[in-house]
Structure formats: C-alpha cells, structure tokens
Design a protein around this ligand. Structure first.
Ligand SMILES: [Zn+2]
Length: 454
C-alpha cells in the first residue's frame, strides 16, 4: 500500500479518509475480484523523459497474471484500437444486441499497454501515473485502475477529482471498476479516481499553486506546473481513451443535480451523452483548457458528469452516476448488466444562472430538480445588518438543475442554475428528446462566474 497516500488525520475529513481506504483496497486479496494480488511493494521511481524511465515507473498490481513492463514503443499506440473517428463510430456505438454470450469470453484480445506496463486480457491491474512536476521527496504517484477484457472493444476512461475537493466521482470510479468482471468485458475500462491528488490531499479544488488543472489541458511540456501536469496526463492516459467521462460536482458551495455537460453539436459526443439514459444533458462546448474540450478536440468523444456538491460523498448522486456509467458501458457494447435503467429518454437543456443582486444571507426557496416558472421565487438574500431582504425571482420557465447551498453571498453571486428546454433543437439542429420528468437531470456546477464545467 502507498503509505504516503494517507493524509494527516487532523486535516482529512472522514469522507476523504474513507476514499483513501477504498483506493488502497484495489487489488487487495480481501476483495472478491482481487484474486492472487501480487505484493504491492515496488517503489515508484521519479520519472525522467526517457522511455526506459517511463517503463520503470509504471507499477502494476496484477490480479491474475504477471504484468510485463516493457520499453514504451509503438506498442503503446497499438493500445488504441480505433484509429479513426469512423472506426469509433462503428465500434463504440454499435448495437448492444451484437454483444451476446457467444461473443464474450473469447481470449482474442491483445494486452493493453499504458504507462509502460501491459495488462493482460481478462485481468485487472493498478498502474501509477506520475507527472514528474514534483521532486523525489514528495513524489505523488497517482493510481490508475485498469480492467482489461478478454475481448477487444472500446477504451472507456473515467476520470475523477480533476478538482481535488470533488469526491462523488471518486466513489463512482471505485464502484464501476470493482463491479466489472474482466472475463466478461469487451474492451477496456480505465479509471483514474483522483487525477488531482495534490489538491485532494489538501481538500482543495486547485493545484498547490492555486491553478485550476481543468483550465490547462491539453497542456504544455514547457509551460507552467499545471500545464506540465496536464500535458503528462493527457498524453500518457487520455490519448489511450476512445471515450472519456470526466466526473465532477458543483463548486464553491453549490450543488448540482446529476447532469451531463456535452457539446451535442458533435454527433459522437451527443451519442455518448444520450447513452447515459434518464440523465439531463446541458449543451456546453466546454471551457477552454478543460479536459473535456481538449479531449473532444483530440477526437475523443467526452462528456462531463456533474453530481452533487464538493467536499461530500452523497449516496444518491453516486448511485445515479454509477447507473449512468453502466448504461453507457452497456450502450458501448462492452458489458451486459442484468439491471436495466428504465425510462431512458434524456432531456436536453440549455441553462442560465440567476444571480443575487444583493448581498447577505442566502436562503433557497426551491429544491434541486424543481420545476419553476418565470416569476417564481427562487430564494431570498437578507442583509444581516439592515434586515433588508431581496427576493431572487426566476426570469425563466425551467428546472432547477443547480443551486447554491444556503450561505453568505456577495452581490452578483450565481445562486440558481436553471435548465431550459429549448423550443427548437439545441445547437447542431437536434430536436430535444421529450423527456421524463421523473429522473433527476444532470447539471454541472458553474466554475466561478461562468457557465463552464465546474
Ligand atoms: Zn469540478
């Protein structure tokens, strides 16, 4: 186990500590799926810009068979089974009906190469990514969980805690990765539970230099610390993915209904988003420098799933996310789950924030998911000194997809996020699906004042 991962007890919340414990358990013999776990004692070396060093620092705890480390060569690129967008469209989005028992369990897959290690077909492993923007004494290897199927298929990547204080996604990754039987999987699922481990250990959204990692992708090997970390992550991990889901929560004391943010003008992105079923889709191109936008620009269909609020582990939000991810895995033809999420119609929204014009103590008067009409009271802001109260009124007909928790706010604070079903199709000319009212919509929290991914 990685002793350095344990936070200082006086600084770590119970939730954070629980997450660390569960991560440490990946590959543990105590887990039902973790047969024959190899001793986890190989030290992780500080990386150097050579292929040999890349191979040396990769560490694998293979659950079923030895993992061969090797010098990274073209074989790494060979880990990308789809070389063109059309291949992806044909393969990743194929009908689930083509995935029958007869098509599974064929030991026809090649080893999966990443981070200088090979994961053999039908096995699960834990690798380590280390960006190198550190020094040996405080080096922080970041766990990368891989489940590699017996049969070939898409490479679905799940990333969480790009913002280090957003915990729900960490638990989603754990549940999905542990619930997959590699013998039944077609393709590969890669989970990075805590991308921003430096921020996570400080319970911070940011990197130690206060930069937002999610504004520096795809990165620059010669840029700022954040840009270098982003560059390493993007090139060593993200470029292996054929589909990417980046997991977030609301930010800055705001909470979101589980929701997707996606550029549905992109047909592949739209198809991925729709696969989540029963989950609201917010049209958003993504902030410049966000992992989502950079990955889409690199040809990797990517959506952001936002659920809940930071600094908390929320069971219902986690469950929604896990079910949505499994619905996607099912739609990708990678895995057949017995449980089916009914009522699959997604709901497309555009969204607007409603701000507090006055400062003071904010109390919300609506609930997440509630439908509101123009003129409805959303909340109140009361000046604690003058006792002057200002109402926050919705200018829109829509649904509350994100909102601030009760707190003290300054004038201009973005307090309520309203999802609006467009009368015409959203950008890209698609007609919004007629949706169910029963399911929570997906909503990403705002980053600072913008409407971008939180
Ligand atoms: Zn976030």
């Amino acid at each position: 186990m990685l002793a350095h991962r344990a936070p200082q007890p006086d600084r770590a919340s119970k939730a954070v500590f629980a997450v660390l414990l569960t991560l440490c358990a990946f590959g543990s013999p105590s887990d039902a799926k973790a047969q024959n776990a190899a001793p986890d004692t190989t030290p992780v070396q500080q990386p150097a810009p050579t292929q040999e060093a890349t191979a040396a620092r990769a560490r694998s705890v293979n659950l079923d068979a030895p993992v061969d480390t090797h010098t990274a060569t073209a074989a790494t690129a060979g880990g990308l089974p789809y070389s063109s967008a059309q291949d992806l469209q044909d393969s990743a989005l194929r009908d689930i009906g083509s995935v029958g028992p007869a098509a599974q369990g064929q030991a026809s897959n090649l080893p999966f190469s990443m981070l200088g290690a090979e994961v053999l077909p039908g096995t699960a492993s834990r690798l380590a990514w280390q960006p190198g923007e550190s020094f040996a004494g405080i080096a922080v290897p970041t766990p990368v969980l891989v489940v590699h199927g017996n049969s070939s298929g898409p490479v679905l990547c799940l990333t969480a805690a790009v913002h280090g204080d957003e915990l729900n996604g960490i638990e989603m990754v754990r549940r999905v990765l542990y619930d997959l039987d590699p013998a039944q999987l077609k393709g590969t699922v890669v989970g990075v539970p805590i991308v921003n481990l430096l921020g996570f250990k400080r319970s911070s959204r940011y990197l130690p230099d206060r930069r937002d990692l999610n504004r520096h992708f795809p990165g620059n090997p010669n840029g700022s610390s954040a840009s270098r970390i982003a560059y390493s992550f993007f090139n060593e991990i993200v470029k292996h993915c054929t589909v990417l889901v980046d997991l977030h929560t609301g930010s800055f004391y705001r909470t979101n209904l589980p929701q997707l943010r996606a550029d549905i003008a992109n047909p592949q992105v739209s198809a991925v988003a729709a696969s989540f079923a029963s989950t609201a889709i917010i049209q958003s191109g993504g902030a410049s420098g966000s992992l989502r936008r950079a990955a889409v620009d690199a040809g990797i269909p990517t959506v952001t799933l936002e659920a809940g609020e930071p600094m908390r582990l929320q069971a219902s939000e986690v469950e929604h996310g896990v079910r949505g991810i499994f619905a996607l895995i099912d739609q990708l033809g990678m895995y057949r789950k017995l449980r089916v999420w009914g009522n699959p119609a997604p709901v497309h929204y555009v969204s607007r924030w409603v701000r507090a014009d006055g400062g003071g103590i904010l109390f919300g008067k609506v609930n997440l998911g509630q439908r509101v009409r123009s003129g409805d009271l959303l909340g109140t802001v009361t000046d604690p000194i003058t006792n002057v109260r200002a109402d926050i009124i919705s200018p829109y007909d829509g649904r509350v997809i994100g909102m601030a928790v009760d707190q003290v706010v300054l004038p201009g604070f973005a307090a309520f996020h309203i999802g609006i079903q467009p009368k015409k199709g959203p950008e890209g000319g698609q007609t919004p699906a007629s949706g169910s009212d029963g399911m929570d919509t997906d909503d990403e929290p705002a980053a600072k004042d913008s409407l971008e991914d939180s």
